[in-house]
Design a protein around this ligand. Structure first.
Ligand code: FAD
Ligand code: SF4
Length: 601
């Protein structure tokens, strides 16, 4: 069985030129902010030498983007020689929200992103193998009793970060997620609570037109969502809801960052199911197609294919900017404030490399907590075989969900809880998952032959923070001379009990829907932690405003600051936190009597 290679909708690409045409065009282009994709491809710009895109051609992009301009070089920078107000490292979920809000407030903003500025119309294909390109694929060393699989399933690289190929499940955390220690005596409390984030959850949901049910039965927010729930359920979602209903388990159509009706010049989802390969029609939210182009329209400059390798610090211990690499050369961006939005592995890796007499153990690391207490979600896949076809590749992957097991129930014998999703699977994912679970030879071949008859439920389970689960520096170095990340992870006893309960529940649902449970494929999803927020500088890296305890003009804002991981998908919380961080930062500037306009001069 091979990966399908069919287009997920053909919404056309206005004016796509080939390389030869691009050569004849001037490098300075009028930017179309409603359509963020570069409509000219410049063969002089080879952002990823030696790598091929999904269509076989080398991936080539412009690397400097600001209103009206896209350059294949860094020679005509908007803010090149300036000390900008804010330098944001990483253009993913958090970086996108921050860039948009800070630029809109009138600050000079430069976003520096390690990966390419993707063009959905020409770079994305409904092809599982080639779209692995969207992930962060640099070598990392993994260790621990349950070494993490790193790459496509939990990280993104390029403008949009993980949102470019995320599944789009968009859930708020519950009140108890912010207070696990106070409520259940496990984990740690966040230095803020649900009410602090509530307005930002609402703003983000409206900003990107989240679709979801009229009534959501769990947690403090009961709906309705800004856009109606998706109406075309996949067979797998029908199966899931039927099984839940038979057992008296409530389930809903999943809230999604995927359009159910037109919005902001983008079409509704056409239900083809290639969300994890990038969404060609642009029906699914990503920072690539929403917040980053909007930030550019507000005046931000975005540098892609630029890897930040150092944070520079003055003798008083304030950061002065960053060093980055592009195309074999080293550059600097000076800034009054630096925001690290570069996710869970690369943020600690960068901070730990930045040692100096003032910061001998790495920048912002007086607590010793940089790199500590990383958390995935446990994400086992439960497969059952049915008499009738399910066809797991059809439809948006996640269209039905239950959070009935989200909160702690002492009768279950473990703390905290989980979400279950009806979850589609494309053929390569199906085959490789089974193979990794040890299903091989004739059994694997038979399973692949029966692929159309399998249904699947996936767990998103809370994993408790444990300081031994960490990002540290390996001895081996990469092409920038930076030490590679070593990522160590082992499940704790509570995590294992939670997984066992979730596997049993999912199998009961599959059985109640008429299936015969066949395989359990252990997996993890999402990453959080490594630069935990907290009120006490001795035990945390940043405060509730995401400001580093040790460095007054350094902010860390991404999933890396989560003290605990919740029992549901995290990105809505990442984005709400970024929106709150922007507000708190701007308020602080005003309190200090420096309006954003004054800051600029
Ligand atoms: C396959 C998949 C499915 C997912 N599905 C869901 C889902 O359905 N729902 C959900 O809530 N979440 C989902 N997620 C998780 C979601 O993508 C992340 O929670 C989210 O993207 C995290 O946002 P962030 O801003 O912390 O980091 P990211 O979005 O990962 O952004 C970090 C950015 O920093 C860049 N970067 C890193 N280091 C450097 C450096 N040194 N210099 C410059 N740039 C750098 C990276 O290239 C990246 O673009 C999924 C993730 C994956 C991979
Ligand atoms: S959101 Fe997913 S299913 Fe819908 S059009 Fe985009 S890739 Fe296809």
């Amino acid at each position: 069985m091979t990966a399908t290679s069919i287009s997920c909708g053909d919404w056309g690409s206005p004016g796509v030129f080939d390389g030869a045409q691009a050569d004849s065009l001037d490098e300075t282009l009028e930017e179309d902010h409603s359509a963020p994709h570069s409509d000219v491809r410049d063969s002089a710009s080879d952002s990823a030498p030696g790598r091929n895109g999904p269509r076989g051609a080398p991936v080539r992009h412009h690397c400097d983007h600001y209103a009206g301009h896209r350059f294949a070089h860094l020679e005509r920078r908007k803010y090149g020689g300036e000390v900008v107000d804010a330098c944001i490292v990483g253009a993913g979920a958090a970086g996108g929200v921050l860039a948009h809000r800070l630029a809109k407030a009138g600050l000079s903003v430069v976003v520096i992103e390690a990966g390419p500025y993707w063009d959905p119309a020409t770079d994305f294909a409904s092809d599982e193998l080639s779209m692995q390109e969207l992930a962060w694929q640099d070598t990392r060393i993994v260790a621990g009793a349950n070494p993490l699989k790193l790459g496509h399933n939990n990280s993104g690289r390029g403008v949009g970060g993980g949102t470019t190929h995320f599944t789009g499940v968009f859930l708020r955390f519950h009140e108890s997620d912010f207070k696990t220690y106070s409520v259940d005596g496990v984990g740690v409390d966040w230095p803020l609570n649900y009410q602090d984030l509530e307005p930002y959850y609402g703003q983000i949901e409206k900003e990107i037109a989240v679709s979801g049910p009229r009534y959501f039965p769990w947690g403090p927010f009961r709906g309705p969502y800004p856009y109606p729930e998706r109406d075309r359920l996949s067979a797998n979602a029908w199966m899931f809801r039927k099984g839940c209903e038979a057992l008296g388990i409530r389930s809903v159509t999943t809230p999604l960052a995927i359009l159910s009706a037109p919005f902001d010049g983008r079409p509704p989802c056409i239900n083809r199911g290639f969300c994890n390969q990038g969404c060609m029609p642009n029906s699914k939210y990503s920072a690539l197609i929403h917040h980053i182009p909007k930030a550019i329209a507000e005046g931000a400059e975005v540098l892609s294919d630029c890897m930040v390798t150092q944070i520079e610090v003055d003798p008083r211990g304030s950061v002065t900017g960053v060093v980055f690499h592009h195309d074999g050369k080293e550059y600097r961006q000076k800034a009054r404030y630096v925001f690290l939005c570069n996710f869970v592995v690369e943020t600690p890796r960068l901070l730990l490399q930045c040692t100096s007499p003032l910061f001998p153990d790495g920048l912002a690391n007086s607590s010793g907590m940089v790199g500590k207490a990383i958390m995935p979600h446990s994400s086992h896949d439960m497969y059952a075989i049915f008499d009738e076809e399910i066809r797991l590749y059809k439809g948006t992957p996640v269209l039905a969900t239950t959070q009935e097991f989200y909160e702690t129930d002492p009768a279950r014998g473990f703390a905290r809880g989980y979400t279950l999703h009806a979850h589609g699977a494309r053929p390569v994912e199906f085959a490789s998952g089974l193979a990794e679970a040890g299903i091989w030879g004739k059994e694997l071949r038979d399973a692949l032959r029966d692929y159309n008859y399998f249904g699947r439920i996936t767990l998103v389970g809370e994993v408790l923070p444990d300081e031994r689960n960490s990002v540290t520096l390996a001895d081996e170095v990469d092409e920038y001379g930076l030490r590679r990340a070593k990522v160590t992870f082992s499940y704790g006893e509570n995590d294992k009990k939670l997984i066992a309960h979730a596997v049993e529940t999912a199998n009961r649902i599959l059985e109640a829907a008429g299936g015969k449970p066949r395989y359990v494929v252990p997996d993890t999803a999402h990453l959080m932690g490594g630069c935990r927020m907290g009120s006490d500088p001795r035990t945390s890296v940043v405060d509730a405003d995401c400001r580093a305890h040790d460095v007054p003009n350094l902010y860390i804002c991404s999933a890396a600051v989560f003290p605990t991981g919740g029992g549901g998908n995290p990105t809505e919380t990442v984005m709400a936190l970024a929106a709150r961080t922007a507000d708190r930062f701007l308020e602080r500037l005003q309190v200090r009597g420096r309006s954003s306009v004054e800051l600029r001069v």
